[in-house]
Ligand binder design. Structure first.
Ligand code: AMP
Ligand code: FE
Ligand code: FE
Ligand code: ZN
Length: 287
């Protein structure tokens, strides 16, 4: 059993890299992809611990990108995996710039929440983050201060795209991200496609085929948010479009309760070693 999608407390998970490695070993996970949002810090801290414990660690990252859809835009989460000696220095510099745009968003989000009558400061939120501060950290402060009773409520009322206090973040286009990942030595993958939110399967397929045409290399077939029928559909779509398949739980520790490393929600995720072998084979081919 392997798990190619997890977060440490360097982004918006709650487990330290050491705790995550320990939990993975105890859960019987043989290979673990660490895919923090916008940082490699968690993966890098985990490397020596993984070596000690005999856990095969995979270097990854999760990026928030924007894609044009009809007359509007859609936020698309992309996973990138670096299976050949890690990302280039140029790619790391690009990621550092993403962190700056995130901080700018956080400053504006605080201002917006203040305007909506919430007493919250940047210092309070940043105190919970390490390499970066994300919306789940905002949710925790809103909970602690009694404005909301759960993370879900914090997103619904204040932090989600549909909330009145939401502020837009300056994120890269999906084309830019696909090309930068490829140039940086990585394999780009559409994360949790079910969250693209398409109602009609034909619209979903058209959108994903368009991304494949732009150079997207893979699709996350197994994920905690995928039902059994979603998994079957994405598996078939991968075959049809010639996309690599990946899968993981998207473990965030206490920030996403009810979800186990390696097995997901009520055992709905099961990814085999063969999936990682196919990724490594693809990465070894110079394109
Ligand atoms: P950010 O990267 O700061 O914009 O925050 C996005 C992160 O917030 C996602 O990667 C999820 O971990 C989390 N998130 C987004 N929407 C929700 C939601 N409705 N409930 C709980 N967590 C969410
Ligand atoms: Fe997250
Ligand atoms: Fe995501
Ligand atoms: Zn994730």
């Amino acid at each position: 059993m392997i798990d190619l999608h997890s977060h440490t407390n360097e982004s918006d998970g709650t487990n330290t890299p050491a705790e995550l490695v320990d939990a993975a070993v105890k859960a019987g996970v043989e290979a673990l992809g660490i895919t923090d949002h916008d940082t490699f810090a968690g993966y890098e801290l985990a490397v020596p611990l993984g070596r000690e414990r005999g856990l095969d660690l995979v270097c990854g990252i999760e990026l928030s990108t924007r894609a044009v859809l009809g007359r509007g835009q859609k936020t698309v989460h992309m996973l990138a995996y670096f299976l050949n000696g890690g990302p280039t220095a140029a790619f790391r510099a690009w990621v550092t710039a993403l962190l700056a745009s995130r901080r700018d968003r956080n400053i504006r989000l605080i201002r917006s929440l203040n305007e909506h009558g919430i007493d919250i400061s940047l210092g309070e939120v940043e105190a919970l983050g390490r390499s970066l501060t994300g919306r789940p950290h905002f949710a925790r402060v809103l909970m602690k201060k009694g404005y909301v009773g759960s993370t879900e409520e914090a997103f619904r009322r204040y932090l989600a795209e549909s909330a009145p206090s939401f502020v837009e973040r300056d994120s890269p286009t999906i084309e830019d991200a696909i090309n930068t990942v490829a140039g940086g030595g990585g394999i780009s993958v559409i994360a949790h496609p079910v969250r693209l939110g398409f109602r009609k399967h034909e619209d979903e397929e058209h959108f994903i085929a368009g991304l494949a045409g732009k150079g997207m290399r893979g699709i996350e077939v197994w994920h905690s948010d995928h039902s059994a029928t979603d998994t079957v559909r994405y598996d078939a779509l991968a075959k049809k479009l010639g996309l690599l398949r990946t899968g993981g739980t998207d473990f965030h520790g206490a920030n996403k309760p009810g979800l186990e490393l390696g097995t997901g929600r009520n055992g709905n995720v099961h990814v085999t070693r063969g999936v990682l072998e196919e990724l490594r084979t693809a990465a070894a081919v110079v394109r």
